[in-house]
Design a protein around this ligand. Sequence first.
Ligand code: DGL
Length: 262
Amino acid sequence: MCNQPIVLFDSGVGGTSILKEIAELLPHENFVYLADSQNAPYGVRSPAEIIDLSIKNTELALSMKAKIIVVACNTATTNAISYLRSHYQLPFIGIEPAIKPAALNSEVKRIGVLATKGTLSSELFKQTSETFASGIDVIEVIGKGIVEAVEGGWTSDDGFVEELKKQIQPFIDEDIDYLVLGCTHFPYIVPQLKKLLPAHVKIIDSGRAVAKQTQHVLKENHLENPSTKKGKVEIFTNVDNVVHIKQLIKGIPNLSVNRKNF
Ligand code: DGL
């Protein structure tokens, strides 16, 4: 069981930002990553559709002998993780916008959250926000066209950067000091965000916290791989974006990226 893979899934290539963090922290584990780019973006879909897609990905993960599943997608976590946890036996790790550290550390008590419509309108996000950000102004912006740009590889195009500038203006107007990236695709636009936001704004994502949580859950369930060799990292995508994925996540050892219908 211990050498079975940790399986991650996302609506596309974004969750590879989480895969990188986990593979770096747990280099002896084997990983499978399922990029459901064919159905991206999830963020504009109904909760019922997001649950159905999450079930499809989970069934494939189980057929690949997952020992745990990381839902490397805020939108799928906030809409589907309670369904998955109540219908399947194995442990699930979810990812949610890192509101808690931003709220705790904000000096001006104003933080921004950039996420998908599906995440920002979910019950789980509302609860997390109420629990960890009471007394803090949370400026929420639905990121439009960002997932598509990361999927398509045009995040450096002038047209996209212009559009992004307009979208994040509320963060500048409200003078936030922390920006929470509530979508796993968004770490791939950090260079653009840094150029557009005032220098004092700190940008945070949930990658490191999810990697640590994965390590903790493996330990707790006695599922750590005892191997001393570097593990394998296999990515499967259901559209023709193998080259794009390889460019996005250069530097991971023992990596293979292949197309598969699912
Ligand atoms: N990467 C995803 C997230 O973290 C999904 C974005 C989308 O497909 O809309 O929310």
